[in-house]
Design a protein around this ligand. Structure first.
Ligand SMILES: [Zn+2]
Length: 254
C-alpha cells in the first residue's frame, strides 16, 4: 500500500486531467490521496472531488499563504463546515510562514484560532511551516494542543523532529529528501524510527530531483518511497506499508 498524504488535487493545475492523474497513481499502487484544505473556495472543490473518487481523503483549513481580509468570517464557516461535513479527517493546512506577505500577527492569530478549533473538535492538524518551527511549537504549547497530526514537508534538525514527535505528530516526507543538498534533514531521518514518517508529494509543487520544471503528481510518490528506502536501508515494501499505516493511525482512519 502507498499513500500520498499531501497533494493539492483541487487546484486548477489538475482540473483538465484529474481522472488520468488519479488512475496513473493507482496504477503504481497509491491507494489513498489526501487533499489538504487551503481556502474557503477550495473546500467545496475538495468535497466534489472526494464524491467522485473514494480514494480521496481531505481536511479543511485556512492556509497562512492565502489568508485574506475575510479570514475571520471564513473561520466561522470553517467551524460549520466540520459540523455539516463529517468526512474531513483533520484540520489543515494551517501554520506559519516567514516568507509570505501576510502580516505575522494575523498569521499567528489565524493559526492559533484554528489550533483551538481542532482541539475542541479533537482532530489532528496538517501543519505548514517555513522558517517557523519555534513559533509553531510555541503556539502548540500555548493552545495546549495534544491531538497531533502531520508536519507537512518536514525539514529540520533531530531536536525539532523530536519536539513534534513528542506531541503526537508524524513527519511528512517529500521530494526534498531526493536532493543531496538536504543533508540536515536526511541525517535527521536516519536517526528516527519509520513509525514517525508519512510520505507526500505536495503536488503540484515540490518537484523531485530529476523532475524539476514539470508538474508534480501523486504517481511520483514512488520516488520518495525509493529514496527513503535507500536512506534508511529498509526494504521498499516495509517503507510503503509502515508509512501508510502511520498515516491511517495519526488521522484516525481505517
Ligand atoms: Zn500544501
Amino acid at each position: 500500500m502507498l499513500i500520498d498524504s499531501h497533494c493539492h488535487l483541487d487546484l486548477p493545475d489538475f482540473s483538465h486531467d484529474l481522472a488520468h492523474v488519479v488512475s496513473k497513481a493507482q496504477g503504481v499502487g497509491v491507494q489513498r490521496m489526501h487533499i489538504p484544505g487551503t481556502t474557503r473556495a477550495g473546500w467545496e472543490r475538495q468535497i466534489g472531488i472526494a464524491k467522485h473518487y473514494p480514494c480521496i481523503d481531505y481536511s479543511f483549513g485556512l492556509h497562512p499563504f492565502f489568508l485574506n481580509e475575510h479570514w475571520k468570517c471564513d473561520l466561522k464557516t470553517l467551524e460549520n463546515q466540520f459540523s455539516s461535513v463529517h468526512q474531513a479527517c483533520a484540520l489543515g493546512e494551517i501554520g506559519l510562514d516567514k516568507v509570505c506577505s501576510v502580516p505575522w500577527l494575523e498569521q499567528v492569530s489565524a493559526f492559533e484560532r484554528q489550533l483551538a478549533l481542532a482541539k475542541e473538535l479533537r482532530l489532528p492538524v496538517i501543519l505548514h511551516h517555513r522558517k517557523t518551527h519555534d513559533s509553531i511549537m510555541a503556539s502548540v504549547k500555548r493552545i495546549q494542543f495534544h491531538y497531533g497530526g502531520i508536519v507537512h514537508g518536514f525539514s529540520g534538525s533531530i531536536e525539532v523532529a523530536k519536539a513534534y514527535i513528542d506531541r503526537g505528530f508524524v513527519l511528512g516526507i517529500g521530494g526534498t529528501i531526493t536532493y543531496d543538498r538536504a543533508v540536515k534533514t536526511r541525517n535527521t531521518l536516519r536517526q528516527l524510527p519509520l513509525s514517525t514518517m508519512v510520505l507526500e508529494t505536495d503536488s503540484p509543487d515540490m518537484p523531485m530531483k530529476g523532475l524539476q520544471g514539470i508538474r508534480n503528481e501523486p504517481v511520483n510518490i514512488v520516488h520518495v518511497a525509493d529514496c527513503l528506502s535507500e536512506l534508511l536501508n529498509e526494504d521498499l515494501l516495509t517503507i510503503k506499508n509502515t508509512t501508510s499505516n502511520n498515516y491511517l493511525r495519526v488521522l484516525g482512519l481505517k
